[in-house]
Each structure stands twice: as structure tokens, then as C-alpha cells.
Ligand binder design. Sequence first.
Ligand code: F6R
Length: 602
Amino acid sequence: MCGIVGVVGNPQATEILTNGLEKLEYRGYDSAGIFVADADHDYLVKSQGRIKDLESKITPEVQGTIGIGHTRWATHGEPSEENAHPHTSQSGRFVLVHNGVIENYDDLKHEYLANDTFYGETDSEIAVHLIEYFANQGLDTKEAFRKALTKIRGSYAFGLIDKNDRDTIYVAKNKSPLLIGLGDGFNVICSDALAMLQQTNIFVELNDGEMVIVTKDNVAIENAAGDSIKREPYEAKIDASDMEKGTYPYYMLKEIDEQPATMRRIISEYTDETGAVAVDQALLDSLLASDRIYIVACGTSYNAGLASKQIIEELANIPVEVHLSSEFGYNMPLLSAKPFFIYLTQSGETADSRQVLVKTNELGHPALTVTNVAGSTLSREATYTMLLHAGPEIAVASTKAYTAQIAALTVLSKAVGDAKDNAAAKDFDLVKELGIAANAMDVMISEKELLKQLAHDYFAGAEHAFYIGRGTDYYVSLEVSLKLKEISYIHAEGFAAGELKHGTIALVEEGTPVIGIISDDVTAPHTRGNLREVESRGAHTMVIASEDLSKPDDQIVVPVVHHFLRPLAAVIPGQLLAYYATLERGLDVDKPRNLAKSVTVE
Ligand code: F6R
């Protein structure tokens, strides 16, 4: 959802910015730009499209020691060169990159900037004009920037350069992520540490409302009142090689393949040498004191919450509600007496989820963020954090975070259940069962040729598709249909198998793919019955069945795993079917249209 980079004090500024933008391209990829300067020259290069389109416009003389760059996911104004960042002020003196949304941009424009000329339609262009407006009133850059910030309502991470002072980047943050990286003789700024790992692994976190003056050898943090803040840097423990695709054609395929290893890493991170589950005691105590768990999440993380509901309820014996963040914040249900909130978020930055966390924090309720990104906003702001240890997820379509979230919640539920002496928890050998699930994932991953062929047979000419299942199989259907639609653009829906006949079956035509997921012995005959119903109306049916329930004609057979962990194995064929259906259509698997990886606007 827009990515920002910046560097000060390094003669390789252009290269550092473009490398950083390549790493941030998952955050938005409809246009990009850089501003680079040294004492005597400055260059502004912008382009619609991907970072490679920008790079093709950067000529050899575009060099400097200071610069800022941006990759955009459009919010205000269409994707175009005019709307691409960096934006310049009316006179051209100030240059700015912005991630976020300025809610009152129209008011600001009318109140302060009625006579200015604007090149694009973005809220961000207003911000840089406003800074110049206050500078023209006689304020120095820092104070003009601060004054503008007091007028701006909304979310932002800003990087600002004043061409009259080519040794400083001014930075401010509210709700949108931004980090300062400490280099050797230079400093950088970035939306995500991944962007600058080639330059440094030492970073300084920023809090909302803070402003930072970054020079090549100093990072001065100030709060909104202008008081100086001291903050220790931290070391980002991310291996830069995890960011590389290696021999894989797409990150998504690499990330699908990494899922069994992630399961094994979760086992080793959260169990001791005796196999006993080890989670933070304070987190455990807080859960033991709660009477209801509210899982709040979006998209794939929401689907992982649904798939984990039964696991938590049976192992930990605590009722679970799963809610969409974007709904929950504004339509909060009546809460139980002792609620405990779990925020599932791969990125830890999702604005919809964060706005709920802010509210539940205000209400004083304990909260756990389960995330893949250490130090992310939701991780810092929740009472507790559990990391997924899945390694960076770069493909926009989430895969390994889904299975890692289910595994992490299984670990947590087992710990709570053991502490309560619950029979279901005592009978559940976590290390063994997660190991079996990891092996089952390996088996599904080894079926790529079959899945590629099935993707061709079922989806080649399809405009619509349905995944159906009951219980947890329904929840997996929601996830795999999301995968299919978001990257292949085939309209796909996940449906409760029994519900299809209550209306939606009207959409089934000759050849419509309907895929049944079957892993539960009680509901298996009913889902098979529903498949026959659609078959008799012309549907092209496929079955993904657990081995113990499979029939000779079933297309995909999934090894048997513990019933709690069925989604871990059953989701893999759906992920791979989506991947191959997308490849077949010649689309960019990792960067589907209209989407961005980290959704930092509400
Ligand atoms: C789909 C996908 C999204 C995210 C959603 C939440 O493949 O990736 O649906 O799951 O935007 O993101 P996080 O988990 O980062 O909060």
C-alpha cells in the first residue's frame, strides 16, 4: 500500500533507492518515482507502471548523495506519471513522498492553496504545497513541516527534502509504517526493513506523531511538541537471502513450497526439548482468565481465523468468534465479560485491523497479535505477540501465512488446554500431529504435475467457479476460492455445500467448475450429494478428498491428518490450482491487478 525509501549521505543513492523500491514493490505497483540530488544537481524521474519501467527511464547522469523514492498503490487519483510520487511544491523547492491517506485534503486545498497549480489529483501533492505555504510565512523547514502536520488529518508516512538543504531528510509518521535504518556513514528510511537489508540490519522504530530529522550521521526524533526523544535501535533478524526468489519463477510458488518447513520451524520455536509447548506465561494467564476469544482479521488471515475456530474451542475450551476487522470496528457486538482479542495479520500493518486494536486497547481488553513481522505496528501495540516464523511473504496472495497462523493458534490452544488439563489437549500430541501435517503438505506439493493438468482441464475457459464444503471444509473453500479469484480473475466463491441449493445453484451452468472439499466423515456423504446436485445441472465437478474418505474417481487425494489440522493439508491443492490457472492465463501471479500486499488504508 505504497512503499517509501530514502537515503542521505551515500553516493550510490540512485541504486539504493531503486533496489529498495524493488523490494517494496509488493506494497504497490501502479507507478513509481525517485528524486536524487547532490550539492549541484537534482533529478526527478517518475513513471507509470512497475519499478522496471521506472528503471528504464533512469539515465546514467541520475546520481546523487541524497534521495527519496516511492512505489504507489493508487488511492486518490488514477495511476499515472502525474500522480506518481515524489511530488514537488509550487516553486519546486520541496520534494515529498507519502504513504497513507489525507482525509481533509480538499479543505486544506481550499483554505490555504486556492491559487496553487497542481499537476495531479493526489492528496499527497496538497501536503507538499502546504509545507511550502508555511515556509513562505517565514518558518524554517522543520517548523513549516511541523505546522503542516498539525493541519493534516489522516494517515501518513512522509519523507521530505528541501532543495535548499541537501543534507537532510525530514520524516513524519502517523498510522502508516516507517523505519529509519542506520548505515555506515549514511542513513536510510523505509516502509519495511526488507527494503534496506542490503544496506543495514540496524533500525530505529518510530511512533505515531513523531517527526525525525535524518542526516548522514544523525537521527533526531522529536514528538509532536518538539521535545527530543531517545530511542535505542534494534537489529532486524531477517536473512536477506529469504527475500530472493532463487530458481523459482514466482514468489508464490516458493512460498507454497516453504509451508512444510514453516510447520517444522513453528514446532521447534514453540516447543522445548521434551516436546512440551512453550508460550509466554503472561499470555497464557491472560487467556486462562478470559471467557471468550474474538479473532479479528481481514482476507486470508480472517479465513485462517475461521479454520482455527474449532481447534481453539476443542483444545482450549474457550468459545471463539471470528470477525472481519473492517466490520467489527464500526459494528462492535456485545462483548463477553472477559474478552480476549486475537489479531491475525501477516503484515502486522493492516489498517482495518489496527483501528479495532486501538479501540479494544482503549477499552482495556488484552490483545494478542499473531504476525509474521516482528516490530510491526500491530505487534507493538498489542499486549502480546506471537510470531509466525514463516520468513518474508512477498507474493501478494498469501499462502504460507495462512497455514502458519493455523499452526500458531494450534500451539496456543494446546498450551491453554494443557494448562486447564483438558482431555482433548492431553490426547493431542502437537509435535507428532503437526509433523504428520507437514508431511501431508509435502505430498500435496509433490503433486504439481497433476494439479497443473487439473487447473488446465477445469479452469482454462472458466469465468466462474465454486468451492464447496461443510464445517472446516467450508472455511477452506473460502480461502482457496479467494486465492483463485485474486490472482486468476476467475470469479470464484467458497460456499457452504448445503447452502448452494438455496439460491446460488442458479448460477451453475454447463461446464461450471464446482470443487468439493471432503475431509470429515460425518459431512462427506452430504457434500457428495451436493456435488451430484450440481453435476446433474451440468457442473464440471472435482473432489479434493481426504484419503480415508476418498473414492476411486476423486481427482485429488489428501493424506490423512489429525482432524484439527485438515485445513493445513487441504488448502495446498487449492493454492496450487490457483497458481497454475493464473500461469495458464499468462498473468503475473505475484502482483495481481488492483491489489497490494500490505493494506495500510481503511
Ligand atoms: C489474500 C491476502 C489478503 C490479506 C489481507 C490481510 O491473499 O493476502 O486477503 O490476507 O489483506 O492482510 P494481513 O494478514 O497482513 O493483515
